[in-house]
Design a protein around this ligand. Sequence first.
Ligand code: GLC
Ligand code: CA
Length: 545
Amino acid sequence: MEKTWWQKSTIYQIYPRSFNDSNGDGIGDLQGIIEKLDYLELLGIDIIWLSPVYQSPNDDNGYDISNYYEIMPEFGTMEDMETLIEEAKKRNIHIMMDLVINHTSDEHHWFEESRKSKDNPYRDYYVWRGSENGPPSDIQSVFSGSAWEWDEQTGEYYFHLFSKKQPDLNLHNPEVRERLYTMMNYWLDKGVSGFRMDVIDLIGKEIDQKVLTDGPKLHDYLREMNENVLSHYPTITVGETPSATPETAQLYTGKDRNELDMVFTFQHMSLDERAGEGKWALKELDLVELKQVLSKWQTSLFQKGWNSLYWNNHDQPRIVSRWGNDQEYRDESAKMLATVLHMMQGTPFIYQGEEIGMTNIEFDNITHYRDIETINYFHEKKSEGVPEEEIMESIRTKGRDNARTPFQWNDDAHGGFTEGTPWMEVNSNFIEINAEQAIKNQNSIFFYYQKLIALRKRLDILLYGEYELLLGDHPEIMAYTRKWADQTLLVVANFYGGNPVVHLPEKMDDSHAEIIISNYSNPSEKPSELGHLRPYETIVYLIEK
Ligand code: GLC
Ligand code: CA
């Protein structure tokens, strides 16, 4: 496997709106991020993935861009952005931008032109279809309702897979791709180090054939992008690919493919939904399934590609509430989940607040929610007659606002996020759960993450060791090894609140076993001494031959 600058890195995602407000208007901003760079340096991360900061009317909080070359005024100015890049660099932190090119805002100049007339030079930048009997097809928007919006002015429909304020670009138009490459080069020249590519598996879509993801031209376009942009800089790239499988991941990230460095899998994220019914259809997680999915990615990409490792982002509920225990065992389960993830092969992503064990929010009614997907879903289900309590249960469990409440910095009003009124309410548990508390306590979740990040830099086995799942059928324990040269790394984790006994499948010679991290005091010194695990207990051994 080729070694690259970013393989030892840990990436930290910032959702700027909710991170830190520097001027009291209730909205996080770039100066707010700059103020917290020392905090991030202390944590030890290497790269910031910045959710979109471009000019946007915020129908989908910045994922609807109206100008790729301007900063959203609520977040600051281009000068602030340059300062952020520079100040981050002083601390050896790279900035990875969010690249949203499946669609723009309907307030983007291109779309404003495009909708004016059928022969406007920008017409073909988007997807327009005439139709006499209603929408051209039954394709549904991810944010509820038809993906086709009727536009009075020219009497045609335009296509939007997300909100109607996010018209899809037509990437089959070479001029569109050319302009996007110019824009990407502009940002790389400014000093950013790469891109997280929003729903990139959609850019080759053939709408008339109803092919949305994995269109026939998808990989051609990515290779063209690589040739025109990425190959000219030492970039890091990760594609958001809801449709990816371990097999297609190799097409994106394979060594000689010249496309992307990594992709985000969604396969583990859909295990707690009823198959085929979408994210809101709740189901308990089956640990055996989770182990199968994660292991398949680990083994399929070994020496062929590179995994991204994540539990959280701005679209997912908080992992400690989702698959841990955010009450009695919040501390233990947050550390256990972090361990299981960070000891695998790939590049770990931490989403803001994960490192202090922030939890899901429990708003009592829809008026407190801000996310367009959530609000549309609520109204759609209401109109279908679904009982409100049932809708709210799905929203409390899966809604994206779980991840988007303001960062909890300290126990001042609004968790120290703002001196004004926050754009969304802070989680009321900020009195106990906040960064200031975490930094005062050497045993906190924060310092545990710090240690995981440092281990990745110190131990090559974490980067290159071959993965093998142990106890695959055990319903409560996750265990695996990594093997590299003369070393074995053994990860053991209790995923639940019981006391299961560990029976390792084979006797290891563990006379030279050392514990490199664990989340309880007095863990069993050697793998052979392992008996019952405590609730959410995890231990990692490094064994030398
Ligand atoms: C991606 C983003 C999500 C956004 C959507 C449309 O899934 O992560 O936040 O709403 O794309 O851009
Ligand atoms: Ca602000």
